[in-house]
Design a protein around this ligand. Structure first.
Ligand SMILES: *[C@@H]1O[C@H](CO)[C@@H](O)[C@H](O)[C@H]1NC(C)=O
Ligand SMILES: *[C@@H]1O[C@H](CO)[C@@H](O)[C@H](O)[C@H]1NC(C)=O
Ligand SMILES: *[C@@H]1O[C@H](CO)[C@@H](O)[C@H](O)[C@H]1NC(C)=O
Ligand SMILES: *[C@@H]1O[C@H](CO)[C@@H](O)[C@H](O)[C@H]1NC(C)=O
Ligand SMILES: *[C@@H]1O[C@H](CO)[C@@H](O)[C@H](O)[C@H]1NC(C)=O
Ligand SMILES: *[C@@H]1O[C@H](CO)[C@@H](O)[C@H](O)[C@H]1NC(C)=O
Ligand SMILES: *[C@@H]1O[C@H](CO)[C@@H](O)[C@H](O)[C@H]1NC(C)=O
Length: 303
């Protein structure tokens, strides 16, 4: 029993001791860096015993892949196993080491740098902590276009396209009409990444056109907030259904209706007249027939 507990107890004590002796602090919140700018990944440590800067070993690595980002030992960079993509982009602040500052300078941040970084520090004891680096890039000003600028009719479905590029991460797109109403039903948004990992964003809104309406597209970068805004206004000029044409159409329709009613009335009278005529003719024919009949009867009597 004792032989089982002892190693457990020992390792627990050692772990406790290591943590207690060497506290390493990094930001709790993700560190946001703009694409193509330099960033400092803060990492500080405090040792209970006084120490000499030349005794400090610092090692930064990617948490997931364990690839080496940067190393520092005995007063010198240790870059033999540094991942290729960090070459010439990393550095420590050696003068700050004695103050417990093991922060890493990372130059010209790219989208691929996004991820979790681990800061290891050893003086006599050892400690580590991980932070998360997030990359942000502002989008270009969005541009909204109407599917076809001419031959639009009210009541027709059209596609409005909002395009922006060169941003990161994926932005939310909000479509609104002139009254600030949220149009979310028929929106399709897609993103395509370029070789740098920056996004081109295309959002298509399908609406039933109304004259004099405004449709606006707003980009919201989750890291940078509201970024850009663009809109189109569909005026009567875009729509080939101006009021004049409408009234002409209604006028024509009314004329046609009046004409039809008049025609119907005329026809009815004509039909009535011809009916009466027909009846008269029929009566005459009947009288004639009766005459004929009596004549026949007379002939029969004669024979
Ligand atoms: C890094 O540390 C300095 C000094 O403590 C502080 O002013 C700065 O805001 C920190 N940066 C981040 C991203 O936490
Ligand atoms: C570490 O030193 C650098 C350079 O002076 C400074 O920018 C950074 O804020 C320092 N970080 C901390 C945590 O003190
Ligand atoms: C730090 O190192 C230097 C030279 O390596 C030495 O002269 C100095 O005494 C050391 N300081 C401490 C506190 O160990
Ligand atoms: C880093 O800098 C050195 C010297 O300036 C240069 O020879 C090397 O090609 C650079 N490496 C990268 C990956 O840029
Ligand atoms: C618009 O509607 C979407 C989905 O219903 C919602 O997530 C968003 O917060 C709304 N935006 C505003 C400004 O009301
Ligand atoms: C969304 O699209 C469908 C089919 O294209 C259409 O019937 C519907 O009216 C549209 N909804 C809105 C709010 O525009
Ligand atoms: C559209 O707006 C213009 C200018 O504001 C106005 O003269 C016109 O009457 C409006 N048309 C409709 C159909 O609302």
């Amino acid at each position: 029993m004792m032989s089982l507990l002892l190693p457990l107890l020992l390792s627990a004590m050692l772990a406790f001791q290591a943590v207690a002796m060497m506290e390493v602090h990094v930001p709790d919140q993700p560190v946001v860096a703009l694409h193509n700018t330099d960033v400092i990944l803060n990492c500080s440590f405090s040792s209970t015993a006084p120490f000499n800067a030349s005794d400090v070993t610092v090692f930064w690595q990617l948490t997931d892949t364990k690839r080496s980002v940067y190393g520092y030992r005995e007063g010198h960079d240790q870059l033999a196993d540094q991942a290729e993509r960090f070459a010439n982009r990393t550095g420590l602040f050696p003068h700050e080491l004695g103050l417990g500052n093991a922060s890493l300078l990372l130059r010209r941040v790219v989208v691929a740098d996004e991820g979790s970084y681990m800061c290891f520090v050893r003086v006599r004891e050892y400690g580590s902590a991980a932070l998360f680096l997030q990359v942000a890039a502002p989008y270009s000003k969005p541009v909204v276009t109407l599917e076809s600028e001419s031959n639009l009719r009210p009541g027709e479905e059209v596609a409005l396209t909002c395009v922006a590029y060169g941003g990161y991460p994926e932005a939310d797109v909000m479509w609104q009409d002139g009254g600030g109403r949220n149009l979310t039903d028929n929106v399709t948004t897609s993103v395509v990444a370029n070789e740098e990992g920056l996004f081109s964003l295309t959002s298509v809104l399908t609406v039933v056109l109304e004259p004099n309406s405004t449709y606006s597209c707003t980009l919201i970068n989750p890291l940078l907030g509201e970024e850009g805004n663009a809109f189109v206004t569909v005026t009567g000029q875009n729509i080939s259904f101006p009021p004049v044409a409408l009234w002409v159409t209604i006028g024509l329709a009314v004329c046609l209706l009046v004409l039809l009613v008049a025609l119907a009335a005329v026809c009815r009278r004509k039909i009535k007249e011809s009916c009466e005529e027909a009846r008269r003719e029929a009566e005459e024919a009947k009288e004639l027939e009766e005459d004929e009949e009596s004549k026949t009867a007379m002939t029969l009597l004669k024979s």
